[in-house]
Design a protein around this ligand. Structure first.
Ligand code: ADP
Ligand code: XUL
Length: 522
């Protein structure tokens, strides 16, 4: 057996996926999920986060993420003792952009974790910020403006870093911290992404940042894949010495720290550099070549695909990140994903089957009823005054609300991912809501493309396990091509959803109306 373990520390949960790879076998051995709110109620998170009074400040707990990792490895060791002994390598995927700030005392703490005591308690006192800002935070508009001016305007920022300055990106968040808490910033020794922080815990030493997740910071030169000195200079004083180095995505950080070996019985497996959940999902859904697109319907909704070159979207909508294969990926992110779907579901006292019934029993196009699904401040398009906007119906009409939220989301996805000018014929769908065939039918009809459902595994955690396999083989001097890495794992299940041409035509007309509605309400 050659077992690889991947983790996905997402907004609401931690998932672990184990795969077995031999010449004959390729299979997922198990998947475990821990929901933060349920498993760790003491932290008082809702959907994995703390939301501030004006809904713009959104944070979470780095100690809770560590406690979840400890609990996960304990569960895996208890339930699969034989498998655990054969783990060759591990890798982390995590929600992107979020940042963890630690003092200098963190370094000896990470290096000497005591296997007789739980992890979380040993981390008390090392954080310069107890609350880590996460990707849902939208409180740094003034920092984004200032950074953009100082770097020579929006186009200059996009060309340099691959994205315009975004509120949730790490650079603007760091600048805000340095401005509002200069003394704590001065004492901050290292700033990690969520992915490099969790990898640090696994390796027992400061881990680097990979060039995929590093691209989500407004601090990295997207073509050079190195820190951009101009961006660091305008963000915060002496920032470079506080950031881990940037490395290629197949870098081996070191062996699993003695803590995991002695506390839970893991072997001395290789720890691979971590990455963002979206880059990891790109691998998890099997996209290792250009021309295919994936949609992830999770807490955030994202549309992403692989690109050979570092093309950038000068309109400022899409991001250019690195891809784990060493190329690039484009990504458009929507803040109002699963949580607004749940809001509409709960507002009408439905469960998911009831929600699906409502979709099935309403006509595509919803008789012209439209909803802009901006329950919270939106990323794409940028909307800072939240609130659902309805046209042609009101809150009391259950069925129309259900269809309107899904059609609004999917039309927004199609509209804002047009910049790559790729004709989308086939979409890989992943994320929690990809379980829902009625939602995927709307995706197929709006895009006019077949939708291939990926499952049942979490694509981000599976992608992490596959990255571990790839980097381990390379480190052992027996590199395996990416097409072979994903083969047999990341193939879409047999569930393919076909678009209805008549419905697609209806959506093409409606999208023009939706675009005007969106423009008038921003
Ligand atoms: P994360 O962004 O935290 O990784 P997931 O991709 O795991 O999120 O998705 C979790 C979400 O999936 C839940 O918040 C829930 O709204 C959604 N979900 C689960 N089952 C269904 C379903 N049958 N239909 C629609 N949405 C669903
Ligand atoms: C991507 C983004 C989100 C998070 C969610 O830019 O902000 O998709 O990665 O986990």
């Amino acid at each position: 057996m050659a077992v690889y373990l991947g983790f996905d520390s997402s907004t609401q949960s931690l998932t672990a996926t184990a795969i077995d790879v031999t010449a004959e076998t390729r299979r997922v051995l198990f998947e475990h999920i821990l929901q933060y709110d349920d498993a760790f109620p003491a932290y008082g998170t809702t959907n994995g986060v703390w939301v501030g009074g004006d809904r713009r400040v959104v944070t979470s707990s780095p100690i809770m993420w560590a406690e979840a990792l400890d609990a996960m490895l304990e569960t895996i060791a208890r339930e699969h003792p034989d498998i655990v002994r054969t783990v060759h390598a591990v890798a982390v995927a995590a929600q992107q952009h979020g940042s963890v700030y630690v003092y200098g005392t963190a370094t000896p703490t990470f290096e000497a974790l005591d296997p007789r005591r739980p992890l979380a308690g040993q981390l008390e006192g090392i954080f310069a910020r107890e609350e880590a800002p996460v990707w849902m935070d939208s409180s740094t508009t003034s920092q984004c403006r200032a950074l953009t001016d100082e770097l020579g305007g929006e186009e200059a920022v996009i060309r340099l870093t691959g994205s315009r300055a975004h509120e949730r990106f790490t650079g603007p968040q760091i600048r805000k911290f340095a401005e509002t808490h200069p003394e704590r910033y001065q004492r901050t020794d290292r700033i990690h992404l969520v992915s490099s922080y969790l990898t640090t815990l696994l390796a027992g030493r400061h881990a680097p940042i990979d060039s995929c997740d590093g691209a989500g910071m407004n601090l990295m030169d997207i073509r050079g894949r190195a820190w951009a000195p101009a961006a660091l200079r305008v963000t915060a004083p002496a920032l470079e010495k506080r950031l881990p180095p940037i490395v290629v995505p197949w870098t081996v950080v070191g062996p699993l720290a003695p803590y995991w070996r002695h506390r839970h019985g893991f072997p001395s497996a290789r720890v691979i550099v971590g990455t963002g959940d979206n880059p990891s999902s790109l691998i998890g859904v099997g996209i290792v070549e250009e021309g295919q697109v994936a949609i992830s319907l999770g807490t955030s909704d994202t549309v992403f695909g692989l690109m050979r070159d570092a093309a950038v979207d000068l309109s400022g909508t899409a991001h250019t990140f690195g891809s784990p294969t060493g190329k690039y990926m484009s990504l458009v992110c929507f803040r109002n994903g699963s949580l607004v779907r749940e809001h509409v579901r709960d507002d009408h006292g439905l469960d998911w089957p009831g929600f699906s019934d409502a979709l099935r029993n309403t006509p595509p196009g919803n008789d012209g009823a439209l909803m802009l699904p901006w329950l919270d401040p939106e990323i794409t398009p940028p909307v800072s005054s939240p609130g659902l906007r309805r046209r042609g119906f009101d809150r009391s009409d259950l069925a129309k609300n259900v269809r309107a939220v899904i059609e609004g989301q999917m039309m927004a996805m199609a509209l804002h991912s047009r910049w790559t000018e790729t004709r989308v014929e086939r979409i890989h769908a992943t994320g929690g809501a990809a379980r829902n065939a009625e939602i995927l039918q709307v995706v197929a009809d709006v895009f006019g493309a077949t939708v291939h459902r990926i499952g049942p595994s979490s694509s981000a955690a599976l992608g992490a396990a596959l990255r571990a396999f790839h980097a381990d083989a390379r480190a052992a001097g027996k590199p395996v091509p990416w097409s072979e890495i994903v083969s047999g794992f990341a193939n879409p299940t047999d569930s393919v959803i076909h678009p209805n041409p008549r419905h697609h035509e209806r959506y093409r007309e409606l999208m023009r109306v939706y675009e005007d509605f969106e423009r008038s309400e921003r």
